[in-house]
Design a protein around this ligand. Structure first.
Ligand SMILES: [Zn+2]
Length: 406
């Protein structure tokens, strides 16, 4: 049987009567949620146990040795890729790089993490006995960790409502604080590792050290590292950790379209924001639109991109550089990969970008994409479905002209 036999005759819409006849009720809903492309012409086989649909021995072994639940897939380790990349670029001891990477990937064996792997142990923090011992709790929220951060002069971590990811991002923000000495800027990286060591000492060697002592050990370790890695590398360190955060204009004769999508699983729609500027940084237009809700952030990114590509094409613009902040989407598009999560959206995107053969897509950091990010979030504050700004709205101006953005 071919997929097209489940469509209404002559149009690309699911024929619900046929679906109900052939499939279990729960499967009917799943099939109906699959987006149909106007441009896909052939059925293809896909390997659904990797994100790029390409068979690997590892995934084959995994399928052969597991009872495969519906929808289960080998996922990459959690944690944002952009943060992991920054960690590997840091000029700090590999053991601390490794520790930070494991932290953001959720691979530090705290009690809560071990419990999630079905080990029968108490998930509570043994230090304060008040909360589950999550990674965020041990390193940032526990009373003890809090005292250490305060003793070290960092009050940024006092709030308990900040996620682990954002706390790690905070470590990188401190690295960019030019008002601090080099050593002080790097201290939080060492301190997070010290806090983990201190936790292990407390738990396994029953040593309870005063927070001030942990701070002193951290300060000493940073100082020793700087002595062993003298000033020639300091400049490199700064270059590595300070990304340029200004929007950059495209080459002469080109336009640049920054876009960003916004997705909240609980919302009834997703949004896309875009802003088009020329090679002098001159504003051409910006806007935002509400789009039908999707299932994942990556689908939202792809749907948003599809929307802006269609818009650019319909406006008659041809020499356009697109910039978004999703590395995953950029890779899928530029490397011409398949992706189980995106499915038919990709076919539509490829059709539309084939109409713009001179366009390209690049990934930039969030700071450079801030204007588009802010525009996309407007959807939550408006009853309108679409907004176009022929001149920049007042609140956006400060993000545009100094010298180019933020
Ligand atoms: Zn605790």
């Amino acid at each position: 049987m071919h997929v097209e036999e489940l469509w209404k005759p002559g149009i690309r819409e699911w024929d619900e009567a046929k679906l109900v006849q052939l499939l279990a009720p729960e499967d009917v809903e799943i099939v109906k949620s699959i987006r149909l492309s106007r441009f896909a012409n052939e059925d293809v086989f896909v390997w659904p146990y990797t994100t790029n649909t390409v068979y690997t021995v590892k995934s084959g072994y995994w399928v052969a040795t597991h009872v495969v639940e519906d929808g289960e897939r080998i996922e990459p380790p959690p944690g944002p890729i952009e943060v992991k990349k920054k960690i590997w670029k840091l000029q700090i001891p590999p053991k601390i790089q490794h520790f930070l990477w494991k932290t953001i990937a959720g691979a530090i064996p705290t009690a809560e993490r071990l419990c999630s792997r079905i080990l029968n142990i108490d998930p509570m923090c043994q230090r304060c006995c008040l909360y589950e011992e999550t990674i965020n709790h041990v390193l940032f929220n526990c009373q003890h960790a809090n005292s250490i951060w305060r003793c070290a002069g960092f009050t940024q971590f006092d709030r308990s409502d900040i996620s682990l990811e954002d706390n790690i991002r905070m470590l990188f923000q401190i690295l960019e604080m030019q008002s601090l000495t080099e050593e002080k800027r790097f201290l939080p990286m060492w301190m997070s590792w010290m806090i983990w060591k201190s936790r292990n000492d407390f738990l396994f060697a029953h040593r309870n050290v005063h927070p001030q002592n942990d701070v002193e050990k951290g300060v000493q370790a940073v100082a020793e590292w700087f002595i062993a890695n003298p000033s020639t590398t300091i400049q490199e360190r700064r270059i590595c950790v300070t990304p340029t955060s200004c929007w950059e204009p495209p080459s002469s004769g080109w336009l640049k379209c920054n876009f960003d999508s916004t997705y909240r699983s609980s919302a009834s729609c997703m949004g896309v924001g875009w802003i088009i500027r020329d090679d002098k940084g001159q504003y051409i237009e910006s806007g935002w639109a509400k789009l039908p809700q999707v299932d994942t952030p990556l689908q939202a990114e792809a749907n948003g991109f599809l929307y802006v590509v269609q818009r650019i094409w319909s406006k008659g613009m041809r020499n356009v550089w697109f910039e978004g902040d999703s590395l995953q989407l950029t890779n899928v598009i530029n490397k011409w990969e398949e992706n189980t999560e995106l499915g038919n959206i990709l076919i539509d995107i490829r059709h539309w970008i084939s109409l713009l053969p001179l366009c390209s897509l690049a990934q930039v950091n969030r700071e450079k994409n801030q204007a588009a990010d802010l525009l996309s979030k407007c959807i939550y504050d408006s009853v309108d479905f679409f907004m176009l700004y022929a001149s920049p709205p007042q609140w956006l101006v400060k993000y545009l002209y100094a010298p180019f953005t933020i």
